[in-house]
Each structure stands twice: as C-alpha cells, then as structure tokens.
Design a protein around this ligand. Structure first.
Ligand SMILES: Nc1ncnc2c1ncn2[C@@H]1O[C@H](COP(=O)(O)OP(=O)(O)O)[C@@H](O)[C@H]1O
Ligand SMILES: Nc1ccn([C@H]2C[C@H](O)[C@@H](COP(=O)(O)OP(=O)(O)O)O2)c(=O)n1
Length: 219
C-alpha cells in the first residue's frame, strides 16, 4: 500500500514549475495547486476594482471581495473563468505592487495551506517550501538561467497569442520579478532538492520527479 506524500515546489518565474508539476501530478494521480494563479487573480480583481496600486490600504480592503476557486483545473475569480485573462501583460505589470503586502500574503498563505489536507498533493509557488508547507515530505526548488526562461516565456506567449510579445522586455521583466520574488522570501531551503533545468528537457525532469515520489511513497 503506497503512502501518498505532500510535495512543495518553489522556483523562479518561468522556470517551468507549472508545465513540469502539472504533468507530474497527472502521472502520479496527485492534486496540483498553482498558488501563482491566486496572486494573479487577485491582481485582476484589483485592476477591475480600479484600486490605486500605490495605496496598500485599498489593495488590502479588496481582499473581502476576493472569491477564488479552481474548477476542472481552471481558475475562477468571483465565479468567472479567468485562465487566459490572468496571463495578460497588465497582470505582470501590477502584480509586484500586490505580492509584497504582508496582509495579502497572510490571506493567501492561510488559503493555500488549507487546500492541502494530506498526502497526494503538489503545491507550487514562491513560499511553499518555506512558509505554506514547511513540513512537506518532498521539497523541490526549480530554477533555470534568465536566458532560458526568457526564451521559453517568449515562445509560450506566441502560442497563447499574448499581445506585445518582446524578448528583451520579457528578460527585463523576469529579472525584475526575480528581484521582487527574492525580496518576498523566495529561496532554496537546506532540505530542498535543487533542479536546474536550463539544459534538461521537461520530459526528463518529469521522470526524475516521478521516480523520487514513487521512492518516497514506498518508504
Ligand atoms: N525543462 C524545460 N525545458 C524547456 N522548456 C521548458 C522546461 N520546463 C518548462 N518549459 C517551458 O517553459 C515555459 C514556462 O514554463 P511554466 O511552467 O509556465 O513556468 P512557471 O510556472 O515556473 O512560471 C513553458 O513554455 C514550458 O513549457
Ligand atoms: N506563492 C506565491 C506564488 C506566486 N507569487 C507571485 C510571483 C509572481 O510575481 C506572481 C505570479 O506567480 P506565477 O507563478 O504565476 O508567476 P510565473 O508563472 O512564475 O511567472 O505571484 C508569490 O509571491 N507567492
């Protein structure tokens, strides 16, 4: 009888967390939670509520109107499906005003912790191995070079037909997001497994992780 485990994943913007671990979750029959969607959806709510992003109180007050759910793998904001909308450039432009606010992070951390009720779950983000799930059975820190991540995001945007897709701008945005993420506490904790996938095909990373989960389930 295998004992399903809790997997916590952090990593830099565009390193491949979603694509890699959504596939891993499918292969091992685990639930997959992408906490970045929550921050993106909340940023969208702030945009729609026309908040002044320089006014932290206004952003914090908006939390009372924030109703987020994931149904059949798609994110919903106040009952409306927002999967593509929250990948648009305006979200990336404003999200760094939202993610550093302690009251916002406290709200999100509580919600994200409550989503994991036991083994059989993979949760990804920036503070999962450090704050949300510090006692996870398996902790992974995924990273890639800025160049590799910019190239991938550029190609991803082409597929998604994201407007104003510019490689140099993406590279600068990744550098800015990294800076903000590190300020927000993104780091590799001692007992996390570092995977640098700059030159490793996604299929190989998926297989490495699936093997590790199966090994730990058997323990
Ligand atoms: N090991 C890899 N090699 C090449 N491309 C990858 C690899 N892992 C992920 N990608 C691609 O990189 C892009 C960004 O991945 P994504 O999962 O959105 O990153 P994140 O969730 O960390 O922001 C996607 O197009 C994805 O398919
Ligand atoms: N647990 C989390 C998850 C995401 N964030 C931040 C990091 C990013 O700036 C935004 C969006 O996260 P997301 O994972 O969707 O970003 P990328 O897909 O990696 O570009 O939210 C966070 O601060 N804490």
């Amino acid at each position: 009888m295998k004992n399903k485990i809790v997997v916590a994943v952090d990593g830099t913007a565009g390193s491949g967390k979603t694509a890699t671990f959504a596939t891993v979750a499918k292969k091992v029959g685990y639930e997959f939670i992408d906490t970045g969607l929550m921050y993106r959806a909340f940023t969208l709510l702030c945009i729609e509520s026309k908040v002044d992003f320089l006014n932290k109180e206004e952003i914090i007050k908006t939390l009372v109107n924030f109703d987020f759910s994931v149904i059949n793998g798609k994110p919903y904001l106040n009952g409306k499906e927002v999967e593509k909308r929250i990948q648009e450039n305006d979200i990336v432009k404003f999200i760094n005003y939202v993610t550093p606010i302690p009251e916002v992070r406290k709200f999100m951390v509580n919600a994200q912790r409550a989503m994991v009720t036991g083994g059989g779950c993979i949760e990804i983000g920036r503070d999962i191995t450090t704050v949300v799930l510090p006692d996870a059975d398996l902790k992974i820190y995924l990273d890639s070079s800025v160049e590799a991540r910019a190239e991938r995001r550029f190609k991803q945007n082409q597929v998604l037909k994201i407007k104003n897709n510019n490689l140099e701008e993406i590279k600068n945005s990744i550098i800015n997001r990294d800076e903000q993420d590190f300020k927000n506490g993104l780091r590799k904790v001692e007992n996390a497994w570092l995977i640098d996938n700059s030159n490793i095909p996604i299929e190989d990373v998926v297989n490495m992780v699936v093997d590790k989960i199966k090994e730990l389930e058997g323990k």
